[in-house]
Design a binder for this molecule. Structure first.
Ligand SMILES: NC(=O)c1ccc[n+]([C@@H]2O[C@H](COP(=O)([O-])OP(=O)(O)OC[C@H]3O[C@@H](n4cnc5c(N)ncnc54)[C@H](OP(=O)(O)O)[C@@H]3O)[C@@H](O)[C@H]2O)c1
Length: 255
């Protein structure tokens, strides 16, 4: 029997997971992207793009496409789609597994200021002018228009449009991974004295955190949003093992 799997993606792990599962003859895999990134890198599996129309729309899709397993491998800050996924799985009676990359923890030498959201990050920069490295993605960069006294270096995968109305902003287009040495050189070159980051976890974007530590620079760290409680794994490998276990005939599971 072919098992039909829908992966909600938009992350490196989702792409890796899709690649691994695509090699399996017993799986038929579709990767779903929000459709925001202009040129998604080739995924190696069929891709569908664009929203489903909330939890009800996703539940309808699961039914129409006869999906046997929904995998939420979205970014830890993509809270709405994760909530929709949990609700849609419940409505459609489809099983769900999530890939939940663990967040970074502070180590000696880190100077983190924890905030709950991007608006708080703006306030945490303070009144005095600073040189800020914004590495939170393009979607929420606009919030920093509320603090035009700072100079900004803004890095994103796709261009920030429209540009911020602040007088001093420099835009950098790049896709990770970003090694620590390169991040350190970037922070030094631009005289950065505050980094604004999400707690994405993983290695690909940790370089800026390590570089900030080495240079004694403050990191304004936006805490993760709450996510629904669904069965989850922390790595692609662990998730693949869970999937295999999930599709084993009941007799072989020893239950
Ligand atoms: N937020 C971040 O920092 C971040 C960072 C890196 C990558 N990403 C990726 O970028 C995408 C959008 O993130 P976001 O924070 O804007 O999400 P979000 O706020 O949780 O979701 C907003 C809406 O976008 C649609 N959507 C999101 N992910 C989708 C997917 N994989 N397939 C189909 N529709 C999807 C859904 O629309 P409908 O309700 O119409 O279905 C959802 O309600 C996600 O795929 C995420 O993994 C986000």
């Amino acid at each position: 029997m072919t098992h039909r799997i829908l992966i909600l993606g938009g992350t490196t792990e989702a792409r890796q997971l899709a690649g691994k599962l695509a090699r399996r003859e017993d799986f038929s895999v579709t990767l779903s992207l929000a459709g925001r990134t202009e040129s998604p890198i080739a995924q190696g599996v069929p891709v569908r793009a664009g929203g489903f129309g909330g939890a009800a729309g996703l539940a309808a899709y699961l039914g129409q496409e006869h999906i046997h397993l929904l995998i939420d491998a979205t970014h830890p800050y993509a809270a709405r789609i994760s909530a929709n996924a949990a609700e849609a799985a419940r409505q459609a009676g489809a099983p769900i597994l999530a890939l939940r990359r663990p967040g970074w923890e502070t180590v000696a030498g880190d100077r983190w200021t924890l905030v709950d959201n991007v608006a708080e990050a703006v306030r945490a920069l303070g009144a005095a002018s600073r040189r800020v490295f914004l590495a939170i993605g393009r979607q929420e960069a606009g919030a920093f228009e509320a603090a035009p006294q700072h100079s900004y270096l803004i890095r994103s995968v796709d261009p920030v449009e429209p540009k911020l109305t602040v007088p001093d902003a420099l835009y950098l287009l790049a896709r990770g991974p970003f090694p620590e040495a390169d991040e350190r050189a970037l922070l030094e070159k631009h005289g950065i004295n505050a980094v604004v980051s999400k707690n994405s976890g993983g290695d690909a974007t940790y370089g800026k955190i390590a570089a900030a530590r080495a240079l004694g620079i403050e990191v304004i760290m936006v805490r993760r949003p709450p996510l629904p409680d669904v069965p989850s794994a922390e790595t692609v490998e662990a998730l693949v093992a869970n999937i295999d276990h999930f599709f084993e005939p009941v007799a072989e599971r020893g239950v």
